[in-house]
Design a protein around this ligand. Structure first.
Ligand code: BEZ
Length: 211
């Protein structure tokens, strides 16, 4: 069964480019970003792993531990990572799972047989410090993911985990946020001292509270 938002992200042990790893131990109290890739030594995946490495500082700032999975063997991962570091002038410092027996891919429903019987689609799982699934995305093999969007949504998830807020369409860090409908305008004015703009009783904005 596919994992849904709010489900507990299942734990696993896996062989990776940094040795055998226990997923929960790797996550610790951090957020997690689990990305699947269809195959090593392929063009879209090469650009994506390179981009993930380029954004390493952004993920660290946000306390996000990145983990990548494909069904290729670990020897291939090592050779491919060398290529990526050369091509993109980066250091890939996050582990790549060698999921030869597809245990992780199947646990996370990353193989969609009508797309490909043998390789994973491009899945994204964002997992909270409570090990619950906070966001999922699925892209087909031929379409690279938008990593700015992944960083953006991590910001939105972390903000809404900390404050009683939601984020409007196309929100980006620095924009006003929406006051949750669970709190009254009176309480909101206390909780959000920067001010509350009431557009409609059900649509109230406040400046981003952590800035
Ligand atoms: C790619 O990464 O370019 C790719 C991988 C598998 C299928 C199609 C494209």
């Amino acid at each position: 069964m596919a994992l849904r938002l709010g489900d507990t992200a299942p734990n696993f042990k896996a062989v990776t480019t940094v040795g055998e790893l226990d997923f929960y131990e790797y996550l610790g109290d951090s957020w997690g970003l689990l990305l699947s890739h269809p195959a090593d030594y392929t063009p879209v995946c090469t650009t994506e792993i390179g981009r993930t490495a380029e954004l390493g500082e952004e993920f660290k700032k946000r306390n996000v531990n990145v983990l990548v999975v494909s069904v290729d063997p670990v020897e291939d991962h090592h050779g491919w990572v060398k290529d990526i570091n050369e091509i993109k002038n980066t250091v890939v410092d996050f582990p790549l799972i060698a999921d030869k027996d597809r245990r992780v891919s199947e646990l996370y429903d990353m193989i969609h047989p009508n797309a490909s019987a043998t390789s994973t689609v491009r899945s994204v799982f964002i997992i909270g410090p409570d090990k619950k699934v906070k966001l999922t995305l699925t892209y087909p093999a031929a379409i690279g993911r938008n990593f700015q969007e992944i960083v953006r949504v991590i910001d939105a998830l972390q903000l809404s985990a900390k404050y009683s807020i939601s984020t409007p369409a196309d929100w980006k860090s620095g924009d006003d946020v929406i006051v949750a409908n669970t709190i009254s305008t009176e309480d909101a004015q206390v909780k959000f001292p920067k001010g509350v703009k009431v557009v409609k009783p059900y649509l109230r904005f406040t400046p981003q509270p952590d800035l």
